[in-house]
Design a protein around this ligand. Sequence first.
Ligand code: ZN
Length: 311
Amino acid sequence: MEHIIKGIHHITAIAGSANRNHDFYTRILGLRMVKKTVNFDDPKTYHLYYGDEKGTPGCILTFFPWGEISAGRRGARQATAIGYSVPEASFNFWMRRFEANGVTYFKTAEKFGEPYLTVFDPDGLKLELIASKTLDNRIPWETEQVKAVNATKGFHNVTITTNHIEPTDAILTGVFGYRLLEQQDNLFRFATYADNNAGIVDLIASAGEKAGHVSGGSVHHIAFRVENEEILMQYRDKITALGLHITDKIDRNYFYSLYFREPGGVLFELATENPGFLVDEPVDGLGTHLMLPPQYEKYRAELETSLPELI
Ligand code: ZN
């Protein structure tokens, strides 16, 4: 059987203050920080990973907190919302929590028959807490303040805004194995059948929309999940055959990656399930120490001094 993409692996976004970002995602949203490392292309900056107990693909939201950074602007050729799966009965809990913490949110709405709550992180990144109409049995990470009954279970979808859906559609359906599931006005829902969760990409077709600007509070890239390096490289051939530029295989310590800009303008990554986040830390200790790839280990003392302490 031909291998298809197994949904979202992780999503990476840009933040300002590392501490403000860490507080929002771990304390307010109740995620686990599964890895504290540096940006492998800019080691003076953190790369923070938030997810469930083990950092399971499909629930990992990562950030480059670049400190003083100008705000981005949502627009076309961009991922413009990140959807988390939550239990429907949790909406009141979340609204009270956002209210109490001064977090901006909108009243609940509905799309594709699924109620959702829109909320913005401190940098303005748009998140949607969505009560999925498909069964979601994923076990959430639980904290003192955010118990499992209310907690996010991982990604439900990601939304891309585009002028015309055809170029992105061609990658999703023609290469990744997604299919068009539903349409509601100018909103198109695509899904992979390889996985029940984190398998949805929604495209908003907005012909007149200006291109967005990727900076603070914006999604930097969406990583899609493949099982292993062999399948990863098969996708490299498929993308190359379309005449698109794609990087060589890159070792990201916790997965192997390829990056390419899909013709709709969004940076896509393909990332392997192996080796995962337990490769350099035990499950109990995930996210508790600064983990560095071998090439930066010699700068550890310097980096530990210069990177802000997360409190
Ligand atoms: Zn990535």
